[in-house]
Design a protein around this ligand. Sequence first.
Ligand SMILES: Cc1cc2nc3c(=O)[nH]c(=O)nc-3n(C[C@H](O)[C@H](O)[C@H](O)COP(=O)(O)OP(=O)(O)OC[C@H]3O[C@@H](n4cnc5c(N)ncnc54)[C@H](O)[C@@H]3O)c2cc1C
Length: 294
Amino acid sequence: MQTDSKILAQEFEYLAPKTLDEALDLLEKYKDKNIKILAGGTDLLVKMKTINLKVNYLMNVKNISELNFVDTEQGLRIGAATPLSHIIKEEKVKVKYSALYEGIMSMAAPAIRNMGTMAGNLGNSSPAADTVPPLIAYGAELKLQSKRGEHTVLVEDLITGVGKTIMKPNELITEIIIPEINKNTGSAFLKKSRVKADLSKINLAIYLEREGNICKDCKIVFGSVAIKVLRAEKTEELLKGQIINSELINKVAEEVSSEIKPIDDIRSTAEYRMAMSKQMLKDGLELAWARAKD
Ligand SMILES: Cc1cc2nc3c(=O)[nH]c(=O)nc-3n(C[C@H](O)[C@H](O)[C@H](O)COP(=O)(O)OP(=O)(O)OC[C@H]3O[C@@H](n4cnc5c(N)ncnc54)[C@H](O)[C@@H]3O)c2cc1C
């Protein structure tokens, strides 16, 4: 049932563990009883209010200090409950991880970035999520923990479809791990949306590594062009090991449309997304290439 309700018109039990151990105990206990993890609530509470998503146990993880940190020593390690606005305050994120910085800065407005988390953006698993393309472009992993142990998975392998992930009901994302990147690399995030503080009609993250005029490695990741965030792997192969010039950039931009499968929906049309993918790829490659210079 679709409603315009601004109230939570359902009963549920609210849980607010203060430690990770306590949270994992609760997830284990209620894993078959429709427990949901609440971080900023900027997706989950909206769904509970507007599409009446049913929840029996709502477990808030925002009070768990072990999940609230940004460690910049080696790459980036970001605790699952860290607000998006704290991540972009880190100088290293701004200077080195441009695509992630730009992705987060493009999201909504400060009020939402103060509440929302990257783990929530991943958990919500929308094809339009703005932190997912940068995370995949950097080869990021996330740590999943349950009472039975922990394991890491590539962000790229987490999401299986709209609102679907490989996470089990007793598992919690505890941190997101982004590898250290070399000096001769560059990245960029581009987004088209109706107004600035809106979800993407289409977005794109590019990461590349250069050696002189050669592209040593690259990742090209589009959002909102398929049922999940998508890597344009054939296009990546056309660039790897090649001398980068405007001729090659124009050529790959012409071919990228064969890799994406956009649809018409409330935010845009397949035709617009197809057309924009070419121009965004050109602009993104030029920007990331220029940033990789020193
Ligand atoms: C006005 C508005 C504008 C928005 N604009 C954008 C935008 O421009 N770009 C964009 O990408 N998004 C946007 N969003 C969506 C939302 O803000 C983001 O997806 C945000 O990152 C969600 O984080 P959260 O902490 O609020 O997640 P929540 O709503 O708390 O949770 C979302 C999902 O993730 C799960 N989850 C949360 N934490 C964990 C965890 N630690 N382990 C496992 N699962 C977990 C929850 O169970 C739930 O299924 C917008 C939302 C609003 C209301």
